[in-house]
Design a protein around this ligand. Structure first.
Ligand code: NAD
Length: 337
């Protein structure tokens, strides 16, 4: 917090629609007098010791500010490019990915009462990046599960459940098949649960969880789901689908020191630069960021204005069936503050 009473936050505007949706966040925050000063940084990769990495000044900015908001980063497909998103997660050891999905009034989907909270282990599992060719035509990919990383994300899930007052945690797993790896995750969950006697704990198989959530999401509205990396990646997108897609879902990547909040969607190159992007997901991510910083009043006020604008349905973007440009939607949110 600076002498002007404002908190400096690192802002990675990102690629494609990133700068347009970032502008909406900046405009709305300034209209709401949110005590946030943005420090815009670029994470365009540089080469250090022959390896692709994030520029030092970007790392220094996030380390100094503890909190960053990030627009989407385009990841070229194929060899030789490490995903910058992955690099950021690794650099700052952002071990937990928090993905809430709550139905948005005014945007009709098959269910209007979805309210899931999912926490995904963010550093290992199937995404450890340990792959090799055994012989031509045979590749091996290693799923790494450690007690340390499992305990860390599970402890975070229980603590988070307590903080938000959802006193039920459910671990999602496939320990019936992955007996050792998911088995370790599950046994860690049972152990950590003992430290949180006021939080109810149970476990569910991933396939069953998928079937149940799409059949009726309401039994999940009082739980925090926690799971290994790949399951969390897929299940969180499935939940996003239940509330109307990736244009509406925020996320937080939480580490011990720093945290980075980001929209779940990509850089949408097909609509970039046309003023058609929906900034809601990045806005809701910035709300999660404000809550994380303890600025709950500002968070609630901006969130209420967003939900009101969406519920009115007059000034919404094309992906939600409206005709508004990105800046027109932002102006409507500002009017509703
Ligand atoms: P995408 O999410 O960018 O786009 C998928 C579809 O959704 C497109 O039709 C797009 O126009 C639409 N869309 C996405 N966000 C929108 C928004 N806010 N408003 C309105 N419409 C929106 O996915 P993609 O096309 O698979 O990926 C494009 C690039 O983004 C790739 O380089 C990919 O690697 C990258 N990506 C980055 C992240 C991230 O930074 N977290 C996440 C996913 C994809």
């Amino acid at each position: 917090k600076g002498s002007d009473g404002k908190y400096t936050v690192s802002l990675i505007e990102g690629d494609g629609i990133g700068p347009e949706i970032s502008q909406s966040v900046k405009d709305i925050f300034s209209a709401a007098n949110a005590p946030v000063k943005w420090e815009t940084i670029s994470v365009d990769p540089v080469f250090k010791d022959g390896k692709q990495s994030i520029p030092d000044d970007a790392i220094a900015s996030i380390t100094r500010n503890y909190v960053a908001l990030k627009g989407p980063l385009a990841t070229p497909i194929g060899k030789g490019h490490v995903s910058l998103n992955l690099t950021l997660r690794r650099t700052f050891n952002l071990f937990a990915n928090v993905r809430p999905c709550k139905s948005i009034q005014g945007y009709k989907t098959p269910y209007d009462n979805v309210d899931t909270v999912l926490i995904r282990e963010n550093t290992e599992g199937e995404y450890s990046g340990i792959e090799h060719v055994v012989v031509d035509g045979v590749v091996q990919s290693i799923k790494l599960i450690t007690r340390d990383a499992s305990e860390r994300v599970l402890r975070f899930a229980f603590q988070y459940a307590q903080d938000i007052g959802r006193l039920k945690v459910r671990a999602v797993h496939k320990a019936t098949i992955m007996k050792m790896s998911d088995g370790l995750f599950l046994s860690c969950a049972n152990e950590i649960a003992k430290d949180y006697p006021n939080v109810e704990f149970d476990a569910e198989l991933l396939d069953n969880a998928c079937l149940k959530i799409v059949s009726d999401p309401t039994p999940y509205n009082d739980k925090v789901l926690v799971m290994p990396n790949l399951y969390g990646d897929i299940l969180s997108d499935m939940c996003a689908g239940l509330i109307g897609g990736l244009g509406l879902t925020p996320s937080g990547n939480i580490g011990d020191e720093c945290s980075i909040f980001e929209a779940v969607h990509g850089s949408a190159p097909d609509i970039a630069g046309k003023g058609l992007a929906n900034p809601t997901a990045l806005l809701l991510s910035s709300i999660m960021m404000l809550q994380h910083m303890g600025l709950t009043e500002h968070a609630s006020r901006i969130q209420a204005a967003i939900f009101k604008t969406l519920a009115e349905g007059k000034t919404i973007t094309g992906d939600l069936g409206g005709k508004a440009k990105t800046h027109e939607y932002a102006e409507a949110v500002i009017k509703n503050l």
